[in-house]
Write a protein that binds this ligand. Structure first.
Ligand code: UGA
Length: 423
């Protein structure tokens, strides 16, 4: 099939590359010319495991990046993947969606082929039906019988996005008519996954509800973990026992510093705003956010309990990315932790396998090291804030510390004499 993907950010680029890998002809439309040039040279502007390899394989054959809405007459499907960042109140900012819909509308004017416009961005329920569709229809001047609309949420995890795209747990397609869904589902013909076809609004809500549920599992584990810590119980044993129940499952029960990244905090707070807009009091979702907001302060208080005042103390921080396998620090739990350490006068010396450069933009003044040993050398204490698998190999490096006080925000170390924020 011929597919135009609008937006070359995280979701757009991964989707475009994977759709080309599935054998489709894909045009990736991205307004940033620098990104377009990089992509056309086979260089991904973001780091994602395995992305460079399949980008290089497909670019110039099944895939091309364009800076304008070109060759739209060939597209069977046009997939909107632009960002929906939070606005000042925490609701989803739909300005990129609006302008993409406008540009698509103008670009598909005078085309008589049946085309499907699909929203893949995470958008509040109702957006495809009441915002995207009218804007496209108005700007294109076309009629319902030549344009169909779908909503197809993505469930990619950063660091595992290619694998998640190629082996999804499910494919959700909301549609405004059977014909649109019939055509759009063909793009996933070669993937083996259950397909749920539903209304546009239900598809939009499935994405929010999925992320909110996963975030709830994490905050739940953290609340249990905080109690377990006080009672001398290992929360990891507890959650292992809980997770064996097939009705619960073992995933996303890892207690620690809480969730970060560009999705969970943003999507849960957008859902809270949405519920309030409809006169609901989303007490559970608010608690999920509140537990999450408080976890970083706990690790700093625990550190003070162990070593006293933090003033002028050398604190080694291992891990800056919001999770392993990425250089992304958006809403990383390391940010509030480092802020608190600096406020208390500590000297923060940091190490991350990939995210030193990205974190320098947030904290230009702390010291960054190329090796964990360099950050640990002479340290009064160490905080581990990201679940990088390679941290489990650290052992001798801890001997370089002045005091062996090690507190984990993620359970990843195998070295002795460590404790965790809630274990
Ligand atoms: C999340 C969802 O997992 C994806 O399904 C979804 O598509 C994506 O958001 C999105 O909306 O685009 P992502 O934010 O990339 O993916 O990362 P996750 O692996 O879900 O981790 C999020 C945060 O939760 C990380 O900070 C991680 O350390 C934390 N986490 C995860 C825990 O604290 N405990 C756990 O048990 C699992």
């Amino acid at each position: 099939m011929q597919i135009s993907v609008v937006g070359g950010g995280y979701v757009g680029l991964v989707s475009a590359v994977c759709l080309a890998e599935l054998g489709h002809i894909v045009r990736l439309i991205e307004i940033d010319q620098k990104k377009v040039d990089l992509i056309n040279h086979g260089i991904p502007p973001i780091f994602e495991l395995g992305l460079e390899e399949i980008l290089k394989k497909n670019i110039g054959s099944g895939l091309i990046a364009l800076s304008g809405y070109e060759e739209m007459e060939n597209a069977d499907c046009i997939v909107i993947c632009v960002g929906t960042p939070p606005d000042k109140e925490g609701a989803a900012d739909l300005s990129y969606i609006k302008s993409a819909a406008q540009s698509i509308g103008k670009a598909v004017k005078d085309i008589d082929k049946y085309q499907v416009i699909t929203v893949k961005s995470t958008v509040p329920p109702g957006t495809t039906e009441t915002l995207v569709k009218p804007i496209v229809m108005q700007n294109s001047g076309r009629t319902n019988d030549t344009l169909g609309f779908c909503m197809n949420p993505e469930f990619l995890r950063e660091g595992r996005a290619i694998d998640d795209f190629m082996h999804p747990d499910r494919i959700v397609i909301g549609g405004d008519c059977d014909e649109a869904v019939r055509i759009f589902r063909k793009i996933y013909e070669n993937l083996n996954a259950p397909l749920l076809s539903c209304s546009l609004k239900a598809a939009e809500m499935i994405k929010y509800a999925s992320n909110a549920f996963l975030a709830t599992k994490i905050s739940f584990s953290n609340e249990i973990g905080n109690l377990c810590k006080k009672m001398g119980i290992d929360v990891y044993d507890v959650m292992k026992g809980v997770g064996y129940d097939h009705r619960i499952n073992p995933y996303f029960l890892n207690a620690g510093l809480g969730f970060g990244g560009s999705c969970f905090p943003k999507d849960v707070s957008a859902l809270v705003k949405l519920a309030e807009k409809y006169g609901e009091k989303p007490v559970l979702l608010k608690s999920v956010l509140s537990i999450n907001d408080k976890q970083p302060a706990r690790i700093v208080s625990l550190l003070e309990e162990r070593i006293g005042s933090l003033k002028s103390k050398h604190i080694a921080v291992l891990g800056l990315a919001f999770k392993d396998n990425t250089d992304d620090v958006r809403d990383s739990r390391a940010i509030p932790v480092i802020e608190k350490l600096l406020k208390k006068g500590a000297n923060v010396v940091a190490y991350d396998p990939m995210a030193n450069e990205t974190m320098k933009k947030v904290f230009p003044c702390i010291k960054y090291c190329e090796k964990p040993g360099a950050a640990l050398s002479g340290a009064d204490a160490c905080l581990v804030l990201t679940e990088w698998p390679q941290f489990s190999d650290l052992n001798d490096e801890f001997r370089l510390m002045k005091n062996r006080v090690i507190i984990e925000g993620r359970r990843i170390l195998s070295a002795d004499v460590t404790e965790g924020v809630c274990w």
